[in-house]
Design a protein around this ligand. Structure first.
Ligand code: ADP
Ligand code: MG
Length: 346
């Protein structure tokens, strides 16, 4: 089920290319970070760029996985220890996103992710007492860094969490991996390509025919698309309650994004949030956070970010598709999708 849905997300990238005169195309797919990934690159460096990207994604999974026993995240969650500077930098960014989003995005939500176990084969609806027992373990103050004597002055190489606490980078790791792919594409001179790491899309440059890429936003209530965005050189990340969820015996649907304030799956008035910006890590953290916030707080948050703006598509439970104004010239309504389209004013 999960795999099929992830594949659907990957296929949401609408490719319509003309064959004639097209530059060399290379394509690869892999299963990593619990999702299907497809990467396409054009140009002379395309093969090398894809080989290196796949290797980088696997290496990042090795560092950031919660379940691999020799990963950095495993070490942090099991008494702490020496970790790579890359992991430390990503952790520092994750904590900053938590701060910025008022705790809506919070990697220390891990004990509650485990309690509900929504992404597992054995999801569980816990009692309020079980939730209350874990809520004090959530918060950035439980994550610490230390420097070993051998470390360069001012650099940290040890990370740990307080007793009972844990971190989960599932809300940010794919975005971070997509940023790594962008750098690898650039290093190999790839000027055109598309990358879909589950719901995390990166569109590199323009299509070989010189037009922008078409990225479809999935309809959270059906198999089709809600709208199409024509974009270049940016990241498009969707979070939603419809991708990974389970239905309890009483019919209640529990999705996989936890509201760190309540310790329960977020009861969002949004069905999905798509964030578009030139930073894949930020887009990933924000899409998770805005889903938790719900429409009103998400729009308020967007307004506050005018110095470093991002674009977003919010699909609401009451049938509206709310777009930020920067998307006006990039937006095509999908025939057959019934959402009422609304553009926010600045
Ligand atoms: P996906 O992984 O399906 O692309 P997200 O980027 O929204 O979706 O991340 C959701 C994952 O992040 C969850 O499966 C869980 O591992 C973790 N998570 C859940 N709630 C939060 C939260 N409030 N903040 C940060 N990470 C979270
Ligand atoms: Mg995310």
């Amino acid at each position: 089920m999960k795999r099929a849905l992830s594949l659907a997300a990957a296929l949401a990238l609408v490719l319509s290319l003309t064959a004639c005169g097209a530059p060399k195309k290379a394509e690869t797919s892999l299963f990593a970070m619990d999702t299907y990934m497809t990467l396409v690159a054009y140009g002379d460096g395309a093969d090398e760029a894809l080989t290196e990207s796949a290797r980088a994604i696997n290496e990042l999974e090795q560092l950031l996985s919660r379940t691999r026993e020799d990963s950095d995240v495993w070490r942090i969650n099991h008494g702490g220890g020496k970790v790579s500077s890359e992991t430390v930098q990503l952790l520092a960014r994750a904590l900053a996103f938590s701060d910025e989003t008022g705790g809506a995005f919070d990697i220390t939500v891990a004990p509650l992710v485990d309690l509900w176990a929504i992404n597992s084969d054995h999801p569980h609806v816990p009692s309020q007492a079980e939730i209350d027992a874990l809520l004090p373990l959530v918060g950035s103050e439980h994550v610490s860094f230390g420097a070993r004597e051998s470390a360069a002055p001012g650099s940290y190489d040890v990370a740990y969490v307080d007793e009972g606490c844990a971190i989960d980078l599932g809300g940010i790791a794919k975005g971070y991996a997509s940023d790594a792919v962008k750098e690898i594409f650039a290093a190999h001179g790839v000027k055109s390509g598309t990358v879909s790491l589950g719901g995390n899309v990166y569109v590199c440059g323009m299509r070989p025919d010189g037009k922008p890429w078409n990225v479809a936003v999935q309809d959270p209530q059906g198999d089709g698309y809600a709208c199409i965005l024509s974009l270049s050189d940016t990241f498009v990340v969707t979070s939603g309650g419809y991708q990974r969820f389970f239905t309890a015996e009483d019919g209640t649907v529990y999705q996989h994004i936890i509201d760190p304030a309540t310790g329960a799956p977020a009861r969002s008035d949004l069905l999905s949030v798509t964030v578009i910006c030139p930073d894949g890590t930020r887009a990933d953290a924000y899409s998770t956070a805005l889903y938790v916030m719900g429409e009103e707080a998400a729009v308020g948050f967007w307004r506050l970010q005018q110095d470093d703006p991002f674009e977003a598509v919010l699909i609401t439970a009451d049938g509206r598709l709310v777009c930020t104004p920067g998307l006006t010239d990039h937006f095509t309504k999908q025939e057959g999708a019934s959402y009422e389209i609304q553009f926010l004013s600045r």
